[in-house]
Write a protein that binds this ligand. Structure first.
Ligand SMILES: CC(=O)CC(=O)SCCNC(=O)CCNC(=O)[C@H](O)C(C)(C)COP(=O)(O)OP(=O)(O)OC[C@H]1O[C@@H](n2cnc3c(N)ncnc32)[C@H](O)[C@@H]1OP(=O)(O)O
Length: 431
């Protein structure tokens, strides 16, 4: 007998988003914590949609760099916000895919009828990065804490050596290889023969597109000023290929190194949040529906044993998702490919165009093919806005949903986000 008790799945609506302007590390938000920024971002979203004091189904968010005291950063941020304190909330972490993964989790619960509304988000600060002590000092400090007598305390203190006092600072590097993510991307750029000029060109285009989008008011209902900042302070409207060509390579070694501070994302602080709901919930509240989250896919690559480049997992996730939805790579009106590094965007697109890669690695009869570059990151992306790791997904989902809404019904957008750990998340949005 059929089980009629299970609700049919439905597509989750994207009502809108909010973020604080992104700030280069150790600038405008140098004194702000993850919790400060996520709370402010949630409050901005709540104010935008008149949800003060209300309980939404769930809030799901995360941070890549988190202090040990932030057990459940998202719940603490909700408790500090103007949402009802009865709103359940929890952390997720999928490196730079965190914000998008959070949106997928919320959307899936809405699709299954488990919740009617939810907020997905992400936050990160490299200004307030958590410092840890080494294992030796940690053991001493624990025994000091457990010591019952003055003698025991003195004995524990006597075990401290000056060398142990050096803190462990989180490095922007892969734990299993010790290489910076930029160095991994540089290896891939070399493999795919990605040139310096095309990387710089992509970076300049990102800055110009985002500056133009701010000028035409595109971000007016997506960004709330915070701590004196009204726009992302990494944004350089006057960016030029000539200036970028003068910068020295910072990733990859020796002859032929192409990756600079100009065609790589900077270390960034910021937060984002997206409100998702069932169509019914949005209609009952008189709230807009900008787009729907239709599907998503994750993939992981074996970058440790040389199987694939660290940031190439989206290339693998894409054909799986396209096939499931009966779509080709060309069936989209907008493409949002996260610009971790300009070279990563270019390597990924080149892989999709390459018959050998698509056959050997993706198991396809024909390459996925080229995308229309005029539809790529049309309002700028991470090279211009900056990249507070976990906050990038929310920025992209909210921007793309708004772009689709502006373009009218029946439009389709594609998201591709590479993540540390050799993972990637891709998703489809439709208006
Ligand atoms: C995390 C995941 O899961 C997946 C991912 O997304 S991977 C990506 C993760 N992110 C990263 O790895 C961050 C990588 N970035 C970095 O480590 C650092 O920002 C960096 C090493 C690239 C640069 O650091 P830095 O040297 O301190 O940069 P910075 O001082 O700001 O810039 C160097 C110069 O370039 C210039 N510059 C930077 N961008 C420019 C631009 N667009 N136009 C003109 N000049 C520019 C700066 O003005 C500066 O010039 P001066 O020296 O004359 O002041």
């Amino acid at each position: 007998m059929a089980d009629n008790s299970k609700p049919a799945t439905r597509k989750a609506a994207i009502v809108g988003g909010n973020r604080i302007p992104f700030a280069r590390s150790n600038t405008a938000y140098a004194q702000a914590s993850n919790q400060d920024m996520l709370t402010a971002t949630l409050d901005g979203l709540v104010a935008r949609f008149g949800l003060q004091g209300e309980q939404v189904g769930e809030v799901v968010a995360g941070a890549v760099l988190k202090h040990a005291r932030d057990f459940n950063l998202t719940r603490e941020s909700v408790l500090g916000s103007t949402l009802a304190a009865t709103t359940p909330a929890y952390d997720v972490q999928q490196a730079c895919g965190t914000g998008l993964e959070a949106a997928v989790l919320v959307a899936n619960k809405i699709a299954l009828g488990q919740i009617e509304s939810g907020i997905a988000g992400g936050v990160d600060t490299t200004s307030d990065a958590p410092l840890a002590v080494g294992d030796d000092l940690r053991r001493v400090l624990i025994s000091l804490n457990n010591a019952k007598t003055v003698g025991d305390r003195l004995k524990a203190l006597a075990r401290i050596r000056p060398g142990q006092l050096v803190p462990e600072i989180p490095r922007n590097a892969e734990p299993r290889t010790g290489l910076a993510m930029g160095d991994h991307a540089a290896i891939t750029a070399k493999e795919w023969e990605i040139g310096r000029e095309e990387q710089d060109e992509l970076a300049v285009r990102s800055h110009h597109a985002m500056a133009a989008a701010y000028e035409r008011g595109f971000f007016d209902d997506l960004v709330t000023p915070y701590l004196g900042l009204a726009r992302d302070n990494n944004l350089r409207p006057d960016s030029s290929a000539e200036k970028l060509a003068t910068l020295k390579p910072v990733f990859g070694r020796g002859e032929g190194a192409t990756m600079t501070a100009g065609n790589s994302t900077p270390l960034t602080d910021g937060a984002s949040a997206v409100l998702l709901a069932s169509d019914e919930w949005a209609a009952a509240k008189g709230l807009p529906v900008l787009a729907h989250l239709v599907d998503a896919q994750t993939a992981a690559v074996d970058y440790v044993h040389g199987g694939e480049g660290l940031l190439m997992a989206p290339a693998y996730a894409m054909p799986v998702m396209l096939a499931r939805n009966g779509l080709t790579l060309q069936d989209f009106d907008f493409y949002e490919i996260h610009e971790a590094f300009a070279s990563t965007v270019l390597s990924t697109m080149k892989a999709w165009e390459d018959p050998e890669f698509c056959k050997e690695k993706l198991g396809l009869d024909a390459p996925l093919g080229s995308i229309d570059r005029s539809k790529l990151n049309v309002n700028g992306s991470s090279l211009a806005a900056g990249h507070p790791f976990a906050a990038t997904g929310g920025r992209i989902v909210a921007s793309l949903a708004k772009m689709l809404h502006e373009a009218g019904p029946g439009k389709r957008g594609l998201i591709s986000i590479c993540a540390a750990g050799g993972q990637g998340v891709v998703a489809i949005l439709e208006s």
